[in-house]
Ligand binder design. Structure first.
Ligand SMILES: Cc1cc2nc3c(=O)[nH]c(=O)nc-3n(C[C@H](O)[C@H](O)[C@H](O)COP(=O)(O)OP(=O)(O)OC[C@H]3O[C@@H](n4cnc5c(N)ncnc54)[C@H](O)[C@@H]3O)c2cc1C
Length: 382
């Protein structure tokens, strides 16, 4: 079935939705992008200042290739928009002593696919990146062509680009009935193809189909001030980092944001619509403890910003991209597992092609039972 010039609807205007909508539009479809709030709003997973882009995915060549392609597409998009979306400050992955399986399995993947990197010993790390302390680190992988994406800006400006090119943006809440059929304003939502890209909300819309394979996990972030008059923690001098052993990651200060640090806590829950979006005391304490361990130069500095957010985790950390088993024009898109943003332009384009039945969806994205992978095989190392 050829669906070019099709009438399409995209539900959800986070990064997955805006990129899918733009791609459908540029394939000649008419597109209505529907969201409960304005693109870039504070509850969405895509709404923070920044998201990391880095190729490291263990042995997984699929996502590694996608990131390499996405990097180029982000550059094209920022040139088209005339704004900074990609801050190429590099990314440092610290392989923690005693659990280096993910990092070890990344190096052959990088070699095979030609991803530029440097493997640094701890002595070299101390010289190259003195902002960090390395008491428990075995080695580091530095990826110079990695960095940070200006997340909220990318969503807002891509939505605006979509509108300028003729797309429609509608404010409204799409619901599902007991048969998981879509409705807007109490009427059935109809189109040749509907992509539902509601991110963490996908599970509550599809309790039968999605909830069992996507667990919502709260993620809290603190931005800490850089020392007065000291540029060493700015993106010109410091990379993003993934502290896999500690379950932490972060970004340097970009546009004066302060140093971003998140300590992943996989059991934290969140009420998507009703919780206050402010971080709790425990997050402050954990972040301070972490900075004391890893960045002694920031001890005593104050928090200058914060973000309470969430991800939808699948057991194998692969995304979800498949047609609804009973509604053949409804494409379910989500299961971000904490790593979808960086793929944005490639992912949205791929979703559009699947939605228009130009090609099928890979097995890894299909609905159905999923299991946890080993650290070496998992794209996220989790
Ligand atoms: C703290 C944190 C750090 C992260 N770090 C990284 C990183 O470094 N790199 C990376 O690549 N990824 C990262 N991620 C993951 C990344 O942010 C997400 O994968 C991505 O933003 C998901 O985008 P989305 O469009 O699927 O969802 P969202 O951005 O949440 O968008 C969903 C949209 O759907 C709308 N919606 C929901 N329900 C309805 C409804 N019923 N009707 C209409 N509209 C609806 C919502 O209002 C929302 O706008 C991180 C996530 C978090 C939380």
């Amino acid at each position: 079935m050829a669906l070019k010039k099709a009438e399409t609807v995209v539900v959800g205007a986070g990064i997955a939705g805006v990129m899918t909508a733009l791609s459908l539009l540029r394939r000649g479809c008419s597109v209505n992008l529907v969201d409960r709030w304005a693109p870039g709003h504070g509850r969405a997973s895509s709404s923070d200042y920044t998201r990391l882009i880095r190729s490291i995915h263990g042995a997984d060549e699929f996502y590694t290739r996608w990131v390499r392609e996405a990097r180029l597409r982000w550059m094209e998009l920022q040139a088209e928009l005339g704004t900074t979306l990609l801050v190429e400050c590099g990314a440092l992955v610290m392989a923690g002593e005693g659990h280096t399986a993910w990092e070890d399995s990344t190096l052959p993947t990088f070699d095979k696919l030609g991803v530029p990197y440097h493997k640094f010993s701890v002595d070299e790390l101390r010289v190259r990146f003195p902002q960090f302390n390395y008491p428990d680190v075995a080695y580091g992988i530095y990826e110079p062509e990695a960095g940070a994406l200006m997340a909220k800006r990318a969503v807002v400006q891509t939505a605006e680009l979509f509108r300028r090119e003729g797309g429609t943006i509608t404010r409204g809440r799409v619901t599902t009935d007991e048969r998981e059929q879509l409705q807007l304003d109490g009427k059935p939502l109809e189109a040749d193809m509907i992509a539902v890209t509601t991110g963490p909300w996908l599970g509550e819309m599809y309790r039968r189909t999605i909830s069992p394979i996507a667990k919502i996990v709260r993620q809290n972030i603190i931005y800490t001030s850089t020392p007065d008059g000291d540029p060493s923690y700015d993106s010109e001098r410091m990379p993003c980092w993934i502290d896999h052993g500690y379950g932490a990651y972060g970004a340097p200060s970009i546009e004066g944001s302060g140093v971003k640090a998140a300590i992943a806590w996989t059991e934290a829950i969140i009420d998507l619509d009703n919780d206050e979006r402010v971080v709790d005391e425990a997050t402050f304490n954990r972040t301070r403890q972490y900075l004391n361990h890893r960045m002694k130069g920031l001890v005593g500095q104050r928090a200058v910003d914060q973000k309470a957010c969430q991800i939808a985790m699948t057991p194998d950390t692969h995304f979800i991209l498949d047609f609804h088993p009973e509604h053949e024009n409804v494409l379910l898109v989500g299961g971000c597992s904490g790593h979808l943003f960086k793929h944005g332009p490639v992912f949205g384009d791929f979703v559009a092609g699947v939605g228009l039945r130009e090609y099928g969806t890979p097995d890894r994205f299909k609905l159905g039972s999923r299991g946890k992978l080993t650290a070496g095989a998992s794209p996220s190392g989790r």
